[in-house]
Design a protein around this ligand. Sequence first.
Ligand code: J2J
Length: 550
Amino acid sequence: MKRADVVPWPAETAAAYRDTGCWRGRGMGSRLWEWADRWGERTAVVDGEHRLTYRELAERADGLADGLTRCGLEPGDVVLVQLPNCWEFVVVTLACLRAGVVPVMMLPTHRERELGSIGAHVQARALVVPDSWRGYDHQALAERLAATLPGRPRVLTVGDHVRAGNVDLRALMRPPADPSVTRARLDTREPQGSDPAVLLLSGGTTGLPKVVCRTHDDYDYNIRCVVRACGFGPDTVYLAVLPAGHNFALANPGILGTLYAGGTAVVLPSPRPEAVFAVVAAERVTATSAVPSVVLSWMEHVATHDVDVTSLRHVHVGGSVLAPEVAARIGPTLGCRLQQVYGMAEGLICYTPVDADEPLAHATQGLPVSPYDELLVVDAEGRPVPAGGVGELLTRGPYTPRGYVGVPGTNAQVFTSEGWFRTGDLVRLTPEGAVVVCGRVKDLVNRGGEKVSSAEVELLVQELPQVAEAAAVPMPDPVLGERVCLFVRLHAGRSLDLDRVRAALTRRGLAAFKLPERLVVVAALPHTAVGKPDKKRLAHLVAHLVAHRD
Ligand code: J2J
């Protein structure tokens, strides 16, 4: 990634964020020893039997920060990190922050297509993967990619079966022989506040990779705000079950927010209720976060099993639409308070307050976490709507960057000339300033919180020889909220079924969660006035088909 690919805030805005104290002007890695000096022997991270104190975490992260340098990685170099929720993920992330190496947070479900296109876009210098995970050989995937990506990135493997030629990452995580010497050396090379800290993947609405560069200054501020909004402190025991590479579980407040507060972050690689409630009871978990579909499965489990949730105080729910009726049942069922969250990798985070009254907690998606967040609701022509009206949400602020990495054309469309980010979400604001999500104008499918770009699916489908025209739209689903439905018009005399589409896209390396789950072959697709497939009509059509069980 070239530094010029990262869009900075305008100089005077940046100066204002520094003057107000939002931006500290320091690398996030410097937090590591602030924590260790303060909370040294307290438990920082729990992963099954594995427990790390704050001191051990700092030492291991420093050991790895040094190790990354020995592998030839320099400050500003980008690495793709594809790990399940495990203690090594936390060490890798902190080591990167300490060394100024920039991790791209991939998901374990990503495959060739995602890793390949993102890896090429950011010129990744290394790929961090598990040896294998859920029966899939990630090391082999990384090796194939490393052989084809420009710059031939190194493969850094976490696991017991590191193949020759790859780097054994666990071996690099050993505490240094003399931690104080390593600490002092790394201190002198601390990244600056304006340097890239992490790269997050946008929900994405185009076929192109959309990568959000979060700086040390802005991400550090984001985390401080969210920790405050959620009342996290040293007595917090947070359980991370959503993929840790997601902004939500990583930093809102998530794992990093827990560490900022001096609490304990428990990591679990699956949101399955059996595993979750065993850990909630064993570790006396006080807070966790989930997307609505996951929280529904938890509520069903708790209603039918004898589980101990007495430690649980807060559950954060967001990422996709939560019906107010469901919201009202969450607290009583799980024996804790609900905090709704509306957030995005691009920045803006809204939380309902810990002590919100019922209308606020159940029927809104929260208030912005920073007083410097700016929110504007506009109509289709970009004019502000009257107070309380529905429109597209635009936002800017001290932790909402002004552009994606290396895509000036997309940025000119997605960001206004005044630096507002067009969220693509339709919202209204309550008189208190809380956001209520009412829909969206962007072209994606929100599958249980995982965002699928319709264009990405359509571009691949259009390459199939049978297909003349394709449109991917959301289809309503009682569990996940939405799934991908694919409409196609075929060339004369050709046929196609869902299994063949899924197999073809899988062969092209597309992640499984993006695969269409229903195929509708039509003689002609409806079009809008500008000649594009009329997605609104198609979405209505499939909603009708689902409602009538056709
Ligand atoms: C409806 N839609 C929502 C909500 C996000 C915390 C929480 C979530 C994300 C996230 C995140 C929603 N109701 N409560 O990064 O830190 C949809 C919107 C939004 C998009 C962003 C975090 N909360 N959404 O979901 O980058 O459409 O971030 O623009 O994955 O999810 O997706 P993403």
